[in-house]
Every structure is written in structure tokens, then in C-alpha cells.
Design a protein around this ligand. Sequence first.
Ligand code: IPE
Ligand code: IPE
Ligand code: MG
Length: 251
Amino acid sequence: MAELASASHNVVALDPSRLPTHVAIIMDGNGRWARAQGKSRLFGHDQGYRTLKNIVYAARDLGIRFLTVYGFSSENWRRSAEEVGGLMDLMLRAMRNEIEELVQNRVRVRISGRLHELPPDLRTELEVAMERTRHFDGLIFNLAINYGGRAEVVDAVRSIAKRVQKGEINPDTIDEQTIASHLYWPDIPDPDLLIRTAGELRLSNFLLWETAYSEIYVTPVCWPEFTRDHFVEALLDYQRRVRKFGAVPEE
Ligand code: IPE
Ligand code: IPE
Ligand code: MG
């Protein structure tokens, strides 16, 4: 926290009692940022990895409980083989490089997405990271890889249908809680704040069910240049919001 406070002048303005419990981030703009530097898209993704490391520990320092980031969507397979391969390599390299530090910092790693469709070496690395950090009590860092919001709902519906077939669930009792409890990580609460970098005003199939009442913050800043100060700025903006959940707040 001392390090963060000295690096960031706006952090003192944060109200520690009103921090979001769960922050989700669509880390967008690596390609555009790289192009502006005259560099390759993969160079942009490499810089994006540095930003991610910085923001994971910023979230930890600030006392945020859950951080979910969109690393690779179920639609990102549509990119060139070179870019997809480069991203898979980067994710493998990053997890291998970071695991010891994550363990030292008691960060609990989770993965959201269809793991079984990933290259086997990456899948193994991600499963080992989850297993090794499973008992920790620090920040829960949830990495969405090969993740799609619709695919997550499809997977939930399939597992509910199987339980109906076995007679474990009566279809007439299925409610929102039933669906929520069959999503990838039922113990992670819905995001309070959703941040998207690089300016696009869309969800791109991220956490469709979970963001029903999330506060949305979009910044034009591209992910590779997103700093702790930008992160704190998003948290400050969140603290100025009035969350209503459909009700009329009392005066
Ligand atoms: C986000 O940056 C990273 C991934 C989707 C993997 P992009 O690669 O989408 O960057 P832009 O949107 O093309 O600038
Ligand atoms: C969303 O960004 C996916 C990730 C950040 C991993 P995209 O760049 O894939 O989204 P679109 O294509 O602009 O909607
Ligand atoms: Mg993009």
C-alpha cells in the first residue's frame, strides 16, 4: 500500500469502505496501441501482459477481493493463426513466469472458459496454477480464457439438464439462483465494476449473466498504457455512482 500511495496521488481520495468487491476488466486495445508505435500486434500483447501484472498487484494492494480479466474470448479464434499462436505462447510463458510470485503473494488463481479446447500444455499449466493456489486467502484472480458469456450460460444449461435427467432437480424449481449456481464460479459475486479500455462501448460476450447490474466504466486509454493511476481513477468514478438495482433510492 505504501508503494501504491507514493506512486499515485489520487489513491488517497478513495474511500476504502466503498471499494467494489469484484472488478472485471475487458483489456482491449493492444493491437491499436502497437500499431500506433509501428509495432506488431504481438508486441502489443506483450506490453498488455506487463499492464496486467501491474494491475493484479494494484488490486491486491488496494484490498479488492475479486478481479476477473478477459484474456481471450471464444471469438478470438477468428484471428490469424500467427496471432492466436502468439497469444497461446504468451499465456503459457506468462503463467510459467508468474506462478511463484502469485504463490508468494497468496493470490488464488481461477480460470473461466472452456479449458479443454486449449493447447494441452497451456491447459496443464493453468490447472496446476489453480490447484497450487486453491487454498489461498488473498486476491482471487480470475482469468477468462477461451471464455464466452453465451458459452458459459450454455454450459450451465447443460449441467442443469443433466441433473434434471438424473432426477436431482425439478424443472419447476429452476430459478435465477439455480442458473447462477451452475456458472463457472458460483462463489464469485457479480462484478460491481466493469472496466473496458480502448473506448469500445460493447460487452463483446463478456460475463453476460453476471454484469446485469455492474457499473460500466469505459476509458479511451489502450490496455498497454493503462496504469495504476488509471485504475484508481476508475474506482473513484465508481464511488461517485448511485447504484439503484431498479429501486428508487431514499433521499
Ligand atoms: C485485446 O487487444 C487483447 C485481446 C483481445 C487478446 P486487441 O488485440 O483486441 O487490440 P485491438 O482491439 O485490436 O486494438
Ligand atoms: C474482447 O476484445 C476480448 C478480450 C479483451 C480478450 P475484442 O477486441 O475481441 O472485442 P471486439 O472484437 O472489439 O468486440
Ligand atoms: Mg480488441
